[in-house]
Design a binder for this molecule. Structure first.
Ligand SMILES: *[C@@H]1O[C@H](CO)[C@@H](O)[C@H](O)[C@H]1NC(C)=O
Ligand SMILES: *[C@@H]1O[C@H](CO)[C@@H](O)[C@H](O)[C@H]1NC(C)=O
Ligand SMILES: *[C@@H]1O[C@H](CO)[C@@H](O)[C@H](O)[C@H]1NC(C)=O
Ligand SMILES: *[C@@H]1O[C@H](CO)[C@@H](O)[C@H](O)[C@H]1NC(C)=O
Ligand SMILES: *[C@@H]1O[C@H](CO)[C@@H](O)[C@H](O)[C@H]1NC(C)=O
Length: 537
C-alpha cells in the first residue's frame, strides 16, 4: 500500500507538466512579490492617496492597520502602515509632516515679522527649513528632530555677542544644545512661543523661558488677553482663528504649552517656576551647597571661549580688581569688603617688587561711573591704575597677564573668576560671613563667589572681609605660586553638554506631577494647569 501510494506521488511529482506548472507559478509569484515591494518602496504615500481622492489620514484608520493593530500615528496612512509593516518605512507620512513645518514657517513670519532687535528670531526659518527637508527625505541626523524652544531674550543676547552673566550662560547653553544637534528656535514672549509649539507639538521637548514671560503665558485667558498683548508678541490672531484664548495647557485650553516641558532660566537661587526648584534652571549648583535644596543645576562652561584665546607668554607684575562699576569700589558702601580705610590699597603697597625692580600694581577696568565722579578713563581710581572699560579681547589679555584677580564684594557669582582660573590666574574670593566658631567650614560661608567655595589654594584664596592679614597672605601666595589653567570639573564642555542632554531627553512629567502635589494641591491650593500630558483637542 505504502509503496503504491508513494509511487503514484512520485510519478505525479516527476511528471514533466507538473514541473513546468510549478516553475511558472513560482516565477509569477516571485515577480508579483517583487513588483509589490518595488511599488510600495518607490511610491510616496501622499501621491497614492491623492490619486484616489480620499483622505485616509484624518477620517479612518485603515482596515489593515486595525487587523494588525498598527498604531495610528495621526499622520500615518494605510499605505504607510503597510510599508511600515513589511519593513519599508517607519509608518510616517514624511511629506505631510514636512509640509506642515513649511506652513509653520509662513505662519510664524506672518505673525512675527522681521525685527532688528530680535535678530535671533531670523534663525528660525533656516532651522525649520532644514528640519522640513530632512524629515521629507528621511535624512535627519541624531537629535535633529528634537526641538528646543529658547524663550528667553538672553539667548538672543548671546547670539548678538552680549556679555552679562546670563548671556554668557546662554551662550554656553547654545553651544551645548548645538553640539547635540537639536533644532533650536528662538522666541521672546508667550505668543511666538505658542505659535511654534502648536506647529511642532510633540517634537518640542523643552522650552527654556524667561520667568516673567512664562508668567504672562500662564495668565492669559479670554478676559485678560488684550491687556497681556505687547508689541513684540501680538496674540490677536487667537481672536480671528480659533477664538480660544490661552497659552499654557489647562482645562479650556488643552492645545497650550505643557508646563512639564517649561523650564525657567534663572541666574540666582530661589525657585522661579510654578513647578518649583526642579523646573528652575540654575547656572551654579546651589543645591549642592544647601543640603540638596536648590534649583536644577544646568551650569555653563567657559572652556571653549577661554581655549580660543592665545595667552600672553608671560605675566606682568600686577594684579587685577574685578568689577566694572565704580559703585562697587565705594569704600563707604556696605557692599565694599576691604574696609573704609581701603586695606586693599594698603596691602598692594606692601607687595614685593619684581626681579626687575618693578613696583607691584593693582589695575582695574572700571567704566561705569556714578554721575558725581570723574568720568575720564585712564585715571587713578582709589590708587588703582584704572584702564577703563576694555574691549573683550583686551580685557581677556589684561586678565590673563595678571598674577591674580581679586574681588571687592560685587558682582556676585560672576563668570569672570572662572575665566581667570582658565587663564591660569588665581582668584581671591572675599568671604562675607562665616560660622564664628568654625570659620573653616566653607559650607557656612557666604562669599562673593559661592560657586568657588569648594576650591582652595593655589587656585582660589578665600579671605574674610576686612581681614588685612589674610588678604596680604593670599596676595603674596598668589604672586609666588603661579597656576596652570583650571576648569572646575562640573564646568567642562562635556559635563555641561551631558546635563543639557539629560534636561532635554528626560521625561519630567513624574517630577511635574509630584511638584503640583507638593507645592499646590497638598496645600489646598488650586492648580488649573494640566501636567498629565492630555491629548490635544
Ligand atoms: C551631530 O551632527 C554631526 C554632523 O551631522 C555629527 O558628526 C555628530 O556626531 C552629531 N552629534 C551628535 C551628538 O549626534
Ligand atoms: C482670567 O484671568 C484673570 C486673572 O488674570 C481672572 O481675574 C479672570 O477671572 C480670568 N477669566 C476667566 C474666564 O477665567
Ligand atoms: C475680536 O473678534 C470680534 C469678533 O470678530 C471683534 O468684534 C473684536 O473687535 C475683536 N477684538 C479685537 C481686539 O480685535
Ligand atoms: C558711596 O556710598 C555711600 C553710602 O552708601 C553713598 O552715600 C555715596 O553717595 C556713595 N558714593 C558714590 C560716589 O556713589
Ligand atoms: C558652628 O560651628 C560649631 C562647631 O562646629 C557648630 O557646633 C555649630 O552648630 C555651627 N553653627 C552653625 C550655625 O552652623
Amino acid at each position: 500500500m505504502i509503496n503504491e501510494k508513494s509511487k503514484q506521488f512520485s510519478s505525479v511529482f516527476n511528471s514533466h507538466q507538473s514541473r513546468v506548472i510549478a516553475i511558472i507559478v513560482t516565477f509569477f509569484t516571485t515577480l508579483f512579490t517583487i513588483s509589490v515591494f518595488l511599488y510600495l518602496s518607490i511610491t510616496p504615500s501622499t501621491e497614492f492617496e491623492d490619486d484616489f481622492g480620499v483622505n485616509l489620514q484624518d477620517n479612518h484608520q485603515g482596515v489593515i492597520s486595525k487587523i494588525w493593530d498598527l498604531k495610528a500615528t495621526g499622520s500615518g496612512s494605510s499605505i504607510g502602515e503597510w510599508k511600515s509593516w513589511i519593513g519599508l518605512s517607519d509608518g510616517r507620512d514624511r511629506q505631510k509632516e514636512s509640509d506642515k513645518i513649511r506652513e509653520l514657517i509662513n505662519v510664524f513670519q506672518d505673525r512675527f515679522p522681521k525685527d532688528d532687535g530680535k535678530a535671533a528670531r531670523d534663525l528660525n526659518k533656516p532651522s525649520l527649513e532644514r528640519l522640513a527637508d530632512c524629515i521629507a527625505s528621511n535624512t535627519c541626523g541624531e537629535g535633529e528632530e528634537t526641538v528646543v524652544i529658547l524663550a528667553s531674550m538672553h539667548f538672543n543676547n548671546a547670539v548678538m555677542g552680549k556679555t552679562s552673566g546670563e548671556d554668557i550662560w546662554a551662550r554656553s547653553s547654545l553651544e551645548a544644545l548645538h553640539s547635540l544637534n537639536y533644532t533650536l528656535l528662538y522666541t521672546f514672549a508667550p505668543m511666538d512661543t505658542l505659535t511654534l509649539y502648536q506647529g511642532l507639538s510633540d517634537r518640542v521637548k523643552t522650552i527654556i523661558w524667561e520667568s516673567i514671560e512664562l508668567k504672562k503665558c500662564m495668565k492669559r485667558n479670554e478676559t485678560n488677553w488684550e491687556s497681556l498683548e505687547d508689541g513684540h508678541s501680538p496674540g490677536k490672531w487667537q481672536n480671528t482663528t480659533t477664538g480660544r484664548f490661552g497659552c499654557v495647557r489647562r482645562t479650556g485650553y488643552e492645545e497650550g504649552i505643557p508646563l512639564e516641558k517649561s523650564f525657567t532660566f534663572h541666574f540666582w537661587s530661589g525657585a522661579e517656576n510654578p513647578l518649583g526648584a526642579h523646573f528652575t534652571l540654575s547656572p551654579e549648583n546651589y543645591a549642592m551647597w544647601n543640603h540638596g535644596i536648590g534649583n536644577h543645576y544646568l551650569g555653563y562652561s567657559i572652556e571653549s571661549r577661554c581655549k580660543a584665546i592665545t595667552l600672553p607668554s608671560s605675566k606682568e607684575h600686577k594684579g587685577m580688581a574685578l568689577g566694572k562699576y565704580s559703585k562697587y569700589f565705594n569704600t563707604s558702601s556696605t557692599e565694599w569688603v576691604w574696609g573704609k580705610d581701603d586695606i586693599l590699597n594698603q596691602v598692594v603697597n606692601t607687595m614685593p617688587e619684581s626681579d626687575e625692580k618693578e613696583k607691584f600694581e593693582l589695575i582695574a577696568t572700571i567704566g561705569h561711573y556714578e554721575k558725581s565722579e570723574v568720568t575720564e578713563d585712564h585715571v587713578r581710581f582709589h590708587e588703582m591704575n584704572n584702564l577703563g572699560p576694555l574691549p573683550q579681547d583686551e580685557w581677556y589679555q589684561t586678565l590673563a597677564s595678571s598674577k591674580f584677580l581679586v574681588g571687592v564684594g560685587k558682582p556676585k557669582i560672576s563668570p569672570s573668576p572662572y575665566d581667570a582660573l582658565c587663564f591660569g590666574v588665581p582668584f581671591i574670593n572675599p568671604v562675607l560671613s562665616w560660622n564664628r566658631t568654625d570659620p573653616d567650614d566653607w559650607t557656612k560661608w557666604y562669599s562673593q563667589h559661592d560657586g568657588l567655595r569648594p576650591y582652595g589654594p593655589p587656585f582660589v584664596y578665600h579671605v574674610q572681609k576686612n581681614n588685612k592679614e589674610q588678604l596680604e597672605e593670599a596676595m603674596r601666595l598668589a604672586i609666588e605660586n603661579p597656576i596652570d589653567s583650571f576648569i572646575p570639573p562640573p564646568m567642562t564642555r562635556t559635563a555641561v553638554r551631558d546635563r543639557h542632554r539629560a534636561l532635554v531627553e528626560t521625561d519630567w512629567k513624574p517630577w511635574a506631577i509630584a511638584a503640583v502635589k507638593e507645592l499646590w494641591t497638598d496645600k489646598g491650593k488650586e492648580f488649573p494647569y494640566l501636567v498629565e500630558g492630555r491629548q490635544h483637542l
